[in-house]
Ligand binder design. Sequence first.
Ligand code: TRP
Length: 332
Amino acid sequence: MNRIFSGIQPTGNLHLGNYLGAIRNWVAMQRDYDCIFCIVDLHALTQPQVPAELLASTREVTAAYIAAGIDPERCIIFNQSAVPGHAELSWILGCHAPLGWLNRMTQFKEKAGKQRDNAVLGLFAYPVLMAADILLYKATHVPVGEDQKQHLELARDIAGAFNRHYGHDYFPLPEPQILGVAARVMSLRDGTRKMSKSDPSEQSRINLTDDADAIATKIRRAKTDPHPLPDTPEGLAGRPEAENLIGIYAALAGMNEADACRRFQGALFSDFKGALVDLAVAVLGPIGAEMRRLTSELGYIDAILRRGAERAGAIAGVHLDEVRGIVGLLRP
Ligand code: TRP
């Protein structure tokens, strides 16, 4: 059976980009794959966190998975730190990951900034932990956004290095599933930048917990250009804000951009935005409401995570024991 592993860091608010770019696609995958969806709290520690917020965000991401339609019976949902095997395998894999490979990671360079010496070891080792997440379950497919492609290639390289070193085809090489165009949701304030939880402007993103008023205000204030909407996607070239809003409409409506353009050809942004508000509220409203309901029932979320960690831990335990055997660690 093919197995999917993917995860989201519990840092800050989840937004429309996380939903359209990741979670919504996962919902569709749970029918065809054996799925493990993680809340990667150890990864979150690679940047400074406020402990209480980290905890709240871990529960919020869990609530979002469930509210969006991921079935916790069918899939495994758990937080990374609850299965100690992630950290343990990360160590072993780190001993097979040359510094040269890690030095090439563009995300580290971006996040570390200019003061490279002040960057922490965890941030540098981040992609090794990500490889461990995937390989611990021998996942075969990993749905990720474009920005994680390099990390996934590294995971494949590390798996290959391990397999070659021990002369044992142990880890499958995980296939990236780079999610499509709709996966790139851009900022509402600047159509050339990704919608991001780290953007200081709240107006730049639609959070999954925003209520109808907040969604409407943000869409109405979204940056546009002075031209009416084109009749084909080609007409969106050089118009990043128009392209983003049409892309969001199409993704929320489950149609392609050509159909969305046909629907709104010649329309003014004011009219199009009205339709986009209605659609966004119709799709996101119930998800946000369900998230709020679930997060107010802490016992329920925590029980899902506990059960998920047991199920994940059972798989991880078997694999880790095999890995210990392969590398020559004395098994308890
Ligand atoms: N690095 C991923 C991100 O920021 C999150 C992540 C951690 C992940 N471990 C993973 C994604 C394993 C897929 C598989 O988006």
